[in-house]
Design a protein around this ligand. Sequence first.
Ligand SMILES: Nc1nc2c(ncn2[C@@H]2O[C@H](COP(=O)(O)OP(=O)(O)O)[C@@H](O)[C@H]2O)c(=O)[nH]1
Ligand SMILES: [Mg+2]
Length: 213
Amino acid sequence: MSFINYATREIQLKIVYYGCGLSGKTTNLQVIHEMIADEAKGDLTSLATSQDRTLFFDFMPLVAEAIKGFQTRFQMYTVPGQVMYNMTRRLVLRGVDGIVFVADCQWDKMGENVESFDNLLENLKLQGDTLDNLPYVLQYNKRDLPSIAPPNYLDFLLNNRGTRRPTVNAIASKGVGVFETLNLIAQLVLNSFIRKHSGGAREQETRKEMVLM
Ligand SMILES: Nc1nc2c(ncn2[C@@H]2O[C@H](COP(=O)(O)OP(=O)(O)O)[C@@H](O)[C@H]2O)c(=O)[nH]1
Ligand SMILES: [Mg+2]
């Protein structure tokens, strides 16, 4: 759920990177964090409870204000992908505004990708949300490895819920596709916020303004 702070004139929007263990979620956040100018970002924090590491940081894109009189602050989270950390994933998903689902393209990870996607649907349902009403982007990661499934097979498995959602082919460990993904989700989340709060009048304008780097 977006949060409007009238005192600081900030809109806070929460983006969660979801996906199975080792798909590349942490790598995405590390690359983003490294590239953002110091004055625009908070610390990269690890919220650790025993073994399940959740990464978090927030940043304010260096752009013209998207909504008059307000700055936008994006809160970026990863979840632990391992099956056993489902309670942590539910906590992190609370109040989510947008999701990046990071899929591992290796053939032998298809089962885990689907399991993680189903887990996402189930956890959203438990908090009264549904993916159909949320902005999300699919990132097909690890395109540099041998034995990977073609993007249209990943679409067949993961991108089959009515309206086709945006996808990005990525090699997160080399930074490829990381900012494309971030730009897409940031725009979708911001436009969704504007639609909810002002009837969509400024949507086109925002699209042009949103350049994250
Ligand atoms: N070859 C390759 N390795 C990657 C890529 N993205 C991430 N990795 C590696 O995969 C491993 C797991 O990545 P990590 O970001 O920790 O996954 P997480 O569990 O989803 O947070 C790390 O060793 C990364 O360096 C990629 O695009 N290609
Ligand atoms: Mg991780």
